[in-house]
Ligand binder design. Structure first.
Ligand code: COA
Length: 218
């Protein structure tokens, strides 16, 4: 007759499972405490944070004088690799680089390791999903002309440089969204795409330059 297994005999596995559960629980608590600290830091820097925003990992934030960064309710910003399936190779970067610039991220968005720089206005509407390591910038940072390129300040921002990403857009990992672009409601941008011009609503678009490849049922 087989000897009944006691808790003691199942020891190493039970101990391993218990340790893992303990480790995960403490990592969760640690993450929440740090999240609250990073949220406070963002607010101290001047970011307006809506309720129930989640700050996972420490973002890089810079706000130019007379500019604004606003993150609306329930949006999640991920700056640490373990907190997202693909991992992120850098923290979130949120930077306004010119007086009068703004970055606004709407309700219920999710972003991981995204670099957003604005000299004019970058707006993400509601429920926008941004995959790992995407770049969104409404300025080229340097003039194109050779002589002033190296030492001139950032080019003067123009109204037409604004970026608008409408409700329910999904941007694949490592895409780049350049100045002056609107991505229409419900569209999907393929991983690694370079978006240089407007994308209509409800399409899948991909490539460099990014072009619609099919429509999506509404
Ligand atoms: C765009 C995407 C959603 C696929 O959409 P789809 O409508 O199913 O497209 P298909 O796979 O049928 O491909 C259609 C065409 O687009 C091309 N294509 C698809 N994705 C592409 C991309 N990222 N870049 C360039 N071309 C792409 C395909 O090669 C195919 O071209 P072909 O017709 O010449 O063969 C998917 O490829 C993608 O990029 N997903 C993003 C995943 C991601 O980054 N998630 C983030 C997690 S954090």
């Amino acid at each position: 007759m087989p000897k009944p297994t006691t808790a003691h005999e199942g020891g190493p596995e039970i101990r391993r499972a218990a340790l893992l559960a303990l480790h995960r629980a403490s990592a969760r608590i640690h993450g929440r405490v740090l999240g609250a600290i990073w949220a406070r830091e963002l607010q101290a820097l001047g970011v307006t944070l809506g309720h129930d925003t989640r700050i996972m990992g420490r973002p890089v934030v810079d706000i130019a004088p007379d500019s604004a960064i606003t993150i609306h309710a329930r949006t999640v910003l991920v700056s640490r690799p373990p907190s997202t399936a693909l991992g992120t190779s850098r923290p979130m970067v949120l930077r306004t680089v010119h007086p009068g610039a703004s970055i606004e991220i709407g309700e219920d968005c999710g972003l991981s390791g995204t670099a957003i720089c604005s000299a004019q206005r970058v707006q993400l509407a509601k429920r926008v999903l941004v995959g790992a390591d995407v770049i969104i910038a409404d300025t080229d940072f340097h003039p194109v002309d050779v002589i002033p390129r190296r030492f001139s300040p950032i080019p003067i921002p123009m109204a037409q440089d604004q970026i608008s990403i409408e409700d329910d857009v999904f941007i694949g990992a490592r895409a780049i969204v350049l100045r002056g672009v609107t991505i229409g409601r419900g569209s999907v941008i393929g991983a690694g795409s370079v978006v240089t011009s407007d994308i209509p609503p409800f399409v899948v678009a991909a490539g460099n330059p990014c072009r619609p490849i099919r429509t999506i049922d509404q």
